[in-house]
Design a protein around this ligand. Structure first.
Ligand code: GRG
Length: 378
């Protein structure tokens, strides 16, 4: 189940389907032979959730070892497991995989020398994979397999004096890594291992005049970074530090006429922003600030009726990354046939409810929902 998009590490995902000739029905062929107008080949986009197909799509991912993409995405395998396992939890289909085997593979990616997880067996440790591994172990209630102190020491060692985090020993700083560290420590109940005030200080330095957040101070606002920064502040009970009006506006302006959301101005819609934007709005109590019906239709139309799975946009090839974030978006939009998702942790709400009493609670409750003002702020 571990096939992943090669570009999910934050690069543009170009996965257009090749132009496959569509065989017209016999009657249409006959018509063409007599120089009649060409038959219409457009297919009707799906308008309901293809639950069974999505379960099969995720279950089959690990059987695609003869495909180049399977091996090109090897370095993201642990992330892929998190995306697939979480999607299956939302679909109520945990049994589609064998948890014992998943845990065994995850532990083969654990590096006992430093306490972190790599993206695949034998790969260097990184916060991105360490968080994903912890998330899956928490979902399966198997944190007992961890040497907690060792894992915590790997995460804590990533913090810099300015409060930022490096993903690994090589030093790249990114607000994503602040989220990974804080979320992971929250799930392990070990905030004491880092300087949380400095961590907040760094993330707030990534905030821009438009209310959004970038990867580092001065970087352009991007919806995925907004999720990371708002999520991290939410976990640490510091949502009060956010200008919720400005950020709410910036987030709601991500919706395009097609109903889908983009990640920043002048960019294309992408199903994954149904998560990065919507979860941020949910944490701010402003999900009503977008057109929910239009977004539901957009996500549903990006489902693949042949293979199952969800693509970045209608007509493109599906992958497990967009499948999770499409399903998670639908869950936030109120699809009660899916499990409820926690917008801060991107894990099933019942799991967070189970573990949160054991971790430092979020001190600031999410602000109450408020209607979007009728007029654009000056
Ligand atoms: C627990 C859900 C969860 C996440 C952990 C790793 C992480 C924290 C967040 C990753 C956020 C991220 C960088 C997502 C990638 C989003 C994406 C598709 C970016 C593509 O950016 P561009 O600039 O494409 O290539 P645009 O859409 O701007 O054209």
């Amino acid at each position: 189940m571990t096939n992943t998009p090669s570009s999910a590490s934050a690069t543009t995902m170009s996965n257009n389907k090749p132009d496959v000739p569509v065989t017209p029905p016999a009657s249409a062929s006959a018509a063409a032979a007599t120089s009649a107008p060409a038959p219409t080949t457009a297919t009707t986009p799906p308008t309901s959730l293809l639950r069974t197909q999505h379960i099969a799509f995720i279950r089959n991912l690990d059987t695609r070892r003869d495909e180049l993409e399977y091996w090109l995405t090897e370095h993201l395998r642990v992330n892929g497991i998190y995306w697939g396992v979480t999607a299956l939890e939302l679909l109520g289909a945990r049994d589609a995989l064998v948890p014992k085997d998943v845990v065994s593979f995850l532990m083969s990616c654990y590096n006992a020398d430093d306490g972190g997880f790599g993206g695949f067996t034998g790969h260097d440790s990184h916060l991105l994979y360490t968080l994903s591994a912890i998330q899956v172990l928490v979902m399966y209630d198997r944190v007992d397999v961890l040497d907690r102190d060792k894992v915590v020491s790997f995460i804590a060692a990533r913090q810099n004096p300015d409060g930022s985090f490096t993903g690994d020993q090589w030093g790249e700083v990114d607000a994503r890594f602040s989220y990974c560290a804080v979320s992971a420590l929250s799930l392990l109940g070990r905030f004491d291992a880092i300087d949380t005030d400095k961590a907040v200080e760094f993330v707030l330095a990534c905030r821009n005049f438009d209310g959004g957040f970038g990867t580092v101070p001065g970087a352009e606002s991007h919806a995925a970074m907004v999720f990371c920064c708002v999520g991290m502040l939410d976990i640490l009970g510091r949502l009060d530090a956010i200008d919720t009006q400005a950020l709410g506006w910036w987030l709601s302006e991500r919706q395009l006429p097609c109903g889908g959301l983009n990640g920043r101005p002048e960019k294309l819609e992408d199903v994954c922003y149904s998560w990065w934007v919507l979860s941020s709005l949910a944490m701010l109590g402003k999900v009503d600030w977008i057109n929910k019906t239009a977004l539901v239709q957009f996500i549903l139309s990006a489902q693949d009726t042949e293979t199952g799975g969800i693509a970045d946009r209608p007509g493109n090839l599906p992958d497990v990354f967009h499948t999770l974030f499409g399903l998670a978006g639908l869950s936030l939009l109120g699809d009660t046939t899916l499990g409820a998702i926690d917008p801060t942790y991107c894990m099933p709400r019942e799991v967070i409810d189970r573990v949160r009493p054991k971790v430092a609670p979020r001190t600031a409750p999410a602000p109450p929902a408020e209607p979007k003002p009728a007029q654009r702020a000056p």
